[in-house]
Design a protein around this ligand. Sequence first.
Ligand SMILES: Nc1ncnc2c1ncn2[C@@H]1O[C@H](COP(=O)(O)OP(=O)(O)OP(=O)(O)O)[C@@H](O)[C@H]1O
Ligand SMILES: [Mg+2]
Length: 395
Amino acid sequence: MGREARFIVLNGDEAFGAELRSKLLKVEGVKLVAEVEEPALLLQTVQQFPVELLLVNLDPNPEVVLPIVGDVAGANRELAIFAASESTDGQLILKAMRMGVKEFLPKPIDTKALEEAIERIAVDRADAATQGNLITIVGTSGGVGATMITTNLAVELATITGGQVTAVDLDYRYGQVATLLDVDPKHSLADLCSSPETLEPQVIGRALTRHNTGLQVLGRPNHLAEADTITAAACMGIFSSLIQFNDYVVADGPTRFDVSGKSVLALSDVTLLVVQQMVPCVRNALRILENMRDNGYNLDRAKLICNRAGRSSGHLSVNDVTETLGLGLFASIPDDWETASGAINLGEPLLAYSPKSKLRVAIQEIAERLHSPDSQTDDKDTRKQSLIGRIFAAS
Ligand SMILES: Nc1ncnc2c1ncn2[C@@H]1O[C@H](COP(=O)(O)OP(=O)(O)OP(=O)(O)O)[C@@H](O)[C@H]1O
Ligand SMILES: [Mg+2]
């Protein structure tokens, strides 16, 4: 049984943030729920998000941060607090411990020491209230099929698990998750964001719209202007609640690197990058992967999906795509315009519209592999040496 550790990070240093993400997100079961830059916002954030762990960067002003840490520790006895600093001054360490810090991590953080500290605190997933997986679908160019994949993957997961699955539309402006499922959500992410108080899972549950397969849907805002009211903090509050009572949360986006994009990626267990055999797609995918790597996101959690594979690809093979990206292919989905557009126009999932089609079977298989990864060959074996890594190592 896996272990789970949810973190809030207090850190105002961008470079250290990237280092921290790269170390934390490498550890299985770690979820980065919120990153706070302002010490003054820490107490409020800790009250908003249920987590096991808080990691604070004490630099450059430990004398400002430590009293706040003390307040947070006093008000949250169950919370385990780690502190990181360049200083190894015994007085500082002692003061931090007195303020409630459990582990003092000298910089640069030793990955093994961090892992061991997390292991001591992590809770058994079996013991925790349901902790669902967040699957994020990222289209690498407009129209690559991200929404078609999101909706159908979510439907397949709901069917396979018979459990709680929610599809969330993160394309705040033009999202079509609800259209593809022919549901008419009364509430959206924007309505939930407009509520000033912390949202209980029950409140969020009531804002979801049920599809006849059992899948729940949280649609994009009804009015375009409402998109601007969504804040990263509110969005993360909603996601952190959603993963508490769902087996899977499947998010279409972030497609246009909106305010909540980075935080959603940090919370994701799996990010499916959707490409087609087109140069602009591959170029964008390279940029996205490069940006994820620079910001410390764990690329082991990124999986490549080639959509519309097999159509006359105009000189670019699937192999060319994977070699260029340095990422093994997780799955490919065949090209079938007639079935895809027919299902979309009728607002039916493929499972209902064309259950035996190769298109549906491909997405069903992706859902099965994500749900039971152990039964499948590990795609890490096929992962190529990172071309991006080589390009940048040479520069
Ligand atoms: N495997 C496929 N075979 C054939 N057509 C497909 C396939 N997947 C998607 N399409 C078609 O591509 C179009 C775009 O799909 P979709 O809306 O899912 O893309 P998207 O990445 O979400 O686009 P956007 O950038 O606008 O959000 C749709 O008309 C759909 O029918
Ligand atoms: Mg879309």
